[in-house]
Ligand binder design. Structure first.
Ligand code: SF4
Ligand code: SF4
Ligand code: F3S
Length: 268
């Protein structure tokens, strides 16, 4: 497709681990090269772009000016707000993450928070949250689509981008601004171990007989009954697997505050 036909995308990385970019790279329907050659014009993406240093800065400035009001803005990572945002500075002018996303959001046609960090704060926001990490919607005055998940699956990222590209509007959203097509059902609703839950067959400790038989992981901390995401049906890595299939319960990674309230790794 000609450049003029493709939707410009600016992807910013704030306080994050790059897992969401890694997830995007595993897209298969369409794959990431089809996405960037046919549907989007990837103007700025720190993990994928060839440019570095001043040239990268110029590319970003150029894209924000040239495609003012037309570009999609994707943000990966929470925004640190404590000490006037000083916990995250980027580039030669030491621009804070807060200032950067406010500026980029100004000219964006739509804003997508990719992952639980940019949606709700994520692990950076775990108590006592010394950097004041927040979801980007808390510092922006425009609507933000939240793709919860640490990371969200590549299907949920590309599906949301493609929805906007194909229909020119945003998908229907749930109470946390997550697309309903992806986050409309609980993990528990479609889990392949649900039959064992219903039959009262549970893994009691990891490595026991039930674990070998693929029993339900509820008693070893699975939060699937309280978590909205399509992991059991779409899976990850080109539909290869997902946490429960791999033998570990869901830790609620697509939910606000999962890091303090749901994840079993912080319980004694
Ligand atoms: Fe990494 Fe998870 Fe944050 Fe994505 S949401 S950047 S995978 S910590
Ligand atoms: Fe529900 Fe988790 Fe058991 Fe699956 S493993 S049935 S999501 S409690
Ligand atoms: Fe996250 Fe639970 Fe899916 S931990 S990846 S929402 S199964």
């Amino acid at each position: 497709a000609e450049l003029a036909d493709r939707v410009p995308l600016i992807w910013l990385n704030l306080a994050e681990c790059t897992g969401c970019s890694e997830s995007l790279l595993r897209a298969s329907t369409p794959d990431v090269s089809t996405l960037i050659f046919n549907y989007i014009s990837l103007e700025y993406q720190e993990v994928l772009m060839a440019a570095a240093g001043m040239q990268a800065e110029e590319n970003l400035e150029h894209a924000m000016e040239t495609y003012q009001g037309r570009y999609l803005l994707a943000v990966e990572g929470a925004v640190p707000t404590a000490n006037n945002g000083a916990f995250l500075t980027i580039g030669p002018h030491a621009t804070t993450g807060v200032d950067l996303i406010k500026k980029a959001a100004d000219g964006a046609a739509a804003i997508i928070a990719v992952g639980t960090c940019s949606s709700f704060g994520g692990v950076q926001a775990a108590a006592p949250n010394p950097t004041g990490a927040k979801g980007i919607h808390e510092v922006l005055d425009k609507p933000v689509i939240n793709l919860g998940g640490c990371p969200p699956s590549e299907v949920n990222i590309t599906g949301t981008l493609m929805y906007y590209i194909m229909f020119g509007k945003l998908p229907a959203l749930d109470m946390f601004n997550r697309p309903k097509w992806a986050y409309g059902a609980r993990v528990h609703d479609n889990c392949e171990r649900r039959g064992h839950f219903d039959a009262g067959e549970f893994v009691e400790v990891f490595g026991d007989h039930g674990a070998k038989e693929g029993y339900c992981l509820y008693k070893v901390g699975c939060r699937g009954p309280y978590t909205y995401n399509n992991c059991p049906t779409e899976r990850f890595n080109a539909h290869t697997s997902w946490p429960v299939l791999a033998g570990h319960g869901c830790i609620g990674c697509s939910e606000p505050n999962f890091w303090d309230e749901m994840a079993d790794f912080e319980r004694p």
